[in-house]
Design a protein. Sequence first.
Length: 147
Amino acid sequence: MTKEFVNLIKLCVGAQNVSDLYEWQKNRLIHDKNLENRATFFITRMRPKRENDILNGGSIFWVFKRLILARQKIIGFDNFMSEDNILRCKVILDRKIILTDPYHKKPFQGWRYFSQQEAPKDREIFSNEKTQLPLKIEKELSELGIF
């Protein structure tokens, strides 16, 4: 019996590509001996109600200009008190970014649940040393069905 889990999907606002996400996350590393320095995070307003379903193997899928290009495994959730004294949710992610087949996604706000059946296939682990195709070319190849 396979375990059931659900993913999150989120717009990667301000990032043009996966390299931008990688660079942004370099300043958000979590140094915890239990996590072997392999974690990063982002802050969101609401805590997912389906937290247990996500922690059962789910990932966050990142959307760059209407195109999913990458995902990261979600390790956990924590409370975070913002500077304006509003309780928010810290989403803790595996540092490893996995490139996916490009997948079109219409704009939305915040994050959404994303089933495993909808998720694009993994391609490879992201490496900042490897040259990335420009987003426009990724999009065109996806539309042609090459990815």
